[in-house]
Design a protein around this ligand. Structure first.
Ligand code: SF4
Length: 318
């Protein structure tokens, strides 16, 4: 999952790729404004992991660490953008992993929390799983005390990642007041098994981590060996829904490429035509070609509307 394997690397990472429009919708360095009401701040391209299926593999883990680490004036520019956008009520700190840039996270979090309209601040991280002994609990305790609801999203893909050390870290974060959620990716050969998924999500719920998103793994550079078909994923999700508690069951998410749309995939309990989907702008696409086509053209999008329906959010990262 994390090691470069030349025998199975299918395509070189394309540094010009913009599969999910993050480059097109970057407003100040590191700040992506893609969906109404919430902004993503990519604080650092350095990550606790180096997932071969990372959708930001054109930036994360390819030697752009110093380029990706936001400087104080860049953080201040991101804060100014949010301050001038009163409809933004939630800011998501991601990367890479924002905990690799503690000074920047501290500066950005405190400044965002001081903005009157910002109600939720969220960290996306793999540190509690990848390196629980390296989690900066002092920093996180201080941030949790700021004037915004603190969320922390854990990226986890297998129940064996829930070691005693990781579970202890999760307990500390809960006691600090973080609302804990999880994000995962369907991965062939890793978690394409009902018992594995049951064990992972049931244990997360027992630990006080709400399973949030389980993503379809897109066939991007380096990921082909992990990619499952949407039908295989739907079969697993449907059987999972039948046997585990609703509080332990994540949403199965298909993220459209080349446009905006993070869509909840229906289970097979519904008779649904899955051949086409509609993105958040109303444009339809053939879902099978969207799921499997490696290269998609980038389309032009306008800025998120200042008002309007809220869309799904977040990233399978950090
Ligand atoms: S933890 Fe997230 S940001 Fe880091 S390499 Fe994995 S998918 Fe990418």
């Amino acid at each position: 999952m994390y090691l470069f394997d030349p025998e199975h690397e299918d395509l070189p990472a394309n540094r010009d790729a913009d599969l999910f429009l993050e480059k097109q919708l970057t407003r100040t360095k590191g700040l992506v404004y893609k969906y109404p009401g919430r902004a993503i701040v990519l604080l650092s391209y350095t990550c606790a992991a180096n997932c071969r299926y990372c959708e930001r593999q054109d930036r994360v883990g390819v030697g752009l660490d110093s380029e990706g680490r936001l400087q104080p004036e860049e953080i201040d520019a991101a804060v100014s953008f949010v301050a001038e956008s009163p409809e933004i009520t939630e800011v998501i700190f991601s990367g890479g992993d924002p905990l690799t840039h503690p000074v920047g996270l501290d500066r950005a979090w405190r400044a965002m929390a001081a903005l009157p309209q910002v109600a939720i601040l969220r960290i996306h991280t793999r540190f509690p799983l990848q390196a629980p002994d390296k989690v900066d609990f002092d920093l996180l305790e201080g941030l949790a005390g700021c004037d915004a609801m603190p969320y922390l999203s854990l990226h986890i893909d297998h129940p064996d990642e829930l070691t005693p050390e990781t579970e202890a870290a999760i307990g500390r974060l809960r006691r600090m007041g973080y609302v804990l959620i999880s994000q995962s990716v369907f991965l062939k050969g890793v978690n394409d098994d009902l018992d594995v998924l049951d064990r992972m999500f049931t244990r997360l719920a027992q630990l006080g981590v709400c399973p949030y998103y389980l993503y379809h793994c897109h066939p991007i550079a380096t990921t082909m060996r992990f990619v499952m078909t949407l039908d295989e994923e739907i079969e697993l999700m449907s059987r999972l829904r039948e046997r585990i508690s609703g509080v332990a069951c994540p949403q199965h998410i298909f993220e459209m490429r080349g446009t905006t749309g993070k869509l909840v995939v229906p289970t097979d309990h519904w008779s649904v035509d899955l051949t086409s989907v509609c993105d958040f702008t109303g444009a339809t696409q053939d879902v099978r070609s969207v799921a499997m086509d490696v290269e998609l053209p980038t389309v032009s999008l306008s800025a998120p509307a200042k008002t309007g329906a809220q869309a799904a959010d977040g990233m399978p990262d950090g």
